[in-house]
Ligand binder design. Structure first.
Ligand SMILES: Nc1ncnc2c1ncn2[C@@H]1O[C@H](COP(=O)(O)OP(=O)(O)OP(=O)(O)O)[C@@H](O)[C@H]1O
Ligand SMILES: [Mg+2]
Length: 230
């Protein structure tokens, strides 16, 4: 990933990690935090999707000891109740946690869960603007996962389908976009990753295959030929 990004995510960036269900968004996010925590960089996991014990269990399968990181004060789970959460209450919670932990890295899993009875897409946009200033002021680098709806395209290698998934115009509010996609290859469903945009970075334009193993996200060769992307 560092190679694809010529050195990694620029500090203070919000990066949208967009992909269909099961492409590995949560795993990617967890690994991003783990790589920081190994270097004693405190992390926030804004957990809006899975119960926290389940996240910890998944981490365990990759030999990432989230319990231990939590005990050592390197990891904090933030779990806003989305049913009655207004944008300012959500931001207040995140800001407090960021200040208390002195976080360097953050994952929001996932922003697709945020629009609710109390928060529509416009509120989400506003929330992102506010979040941006909170993160930039503190130098926190953030991955926000995003559930891209399955979109089959006439043109198998088209990337316009998945990018259209960010139809709440979130894409222009983020500093970077990474796409995770399924491809069909020799009777197997494999996954690809590519950097669609990364402000201020000379990033790779290549589409690479990747896999999720016990070690986490493993990025492989660039793709010679795509059969079908979703
Ligand atoms: N320990 C493991 N070893 C190998 N592969 C794993 C392991 N754990 C998970 N996976 C793979 O990762 C996939 C799920 O990854 P993850 O939960 O990160 O996806 P996601 O994009 O967050 O999905 P969702 O949209 O449902 O939240 C599984 O479907 C499985 O293929
Ligand atoms: Mg997930």
């Amino acid at each position: 990933m560092d190679e694809m990004l010529s050195g990694g995510f620029p500090e203070g960036h919000i990066v949208l990690l967009s992909g269909n269900t099961g492409t590995g968004k949560t795993t990617f996010g967890m690994q991003f935090l783990v790589e920081g925590m190994k270097r004693d960089e405190p992390a926030l996991f804004v957990n809006l999707e899975e119960p926290t014990p389940q996240v910890k269990k998944t981490a365990e399968a990759h030999n990432w000891d989230f319990e231990d990181y939590e005990k050592r004060g390197l990891l904090r789970f933030v779990t806003p109740n989305l049913v009655d959460t207004y944008p300012d209450r959500f931001l207040h919670k995140v800001k407090n946690a960021a200040d208390e932990t002195n976080a360097d890295r953050m994952v929001i899993d996932s922003v697709s869960s945020i629009p609710s009875a109390e928060m529509d897409v416009n509120d989400l946009r506003e929330l992102f603007v506010e979040l941006n200033s909170i993160l930039k002021a503190r130098g926190i680098t953030c991955i926000a996962t995003h559930l891209a709806r399955p979109m089959f395209s006439e043109n198998p290698s088209s990337i316009f389908g998945p990018t259209r998934a960010s139809n709440s115009r979130l894409s222009s509010l983020t500093d970077g976009i990474i796409l995770l996609r399924y491809i069909e290859k020799e009777n197997e469903i494999n996954k690809t990753i590519n950097v669609l945009k990364m402000r201020g970075s000379k990033h790779s334009k290549k589409i690479r295959e990747f896999d999720i193993t016990e070690e986490g996200v493993e990025i492989g060769e660039s793709l010679a030929k795509i059969n079908r992307a979703t």
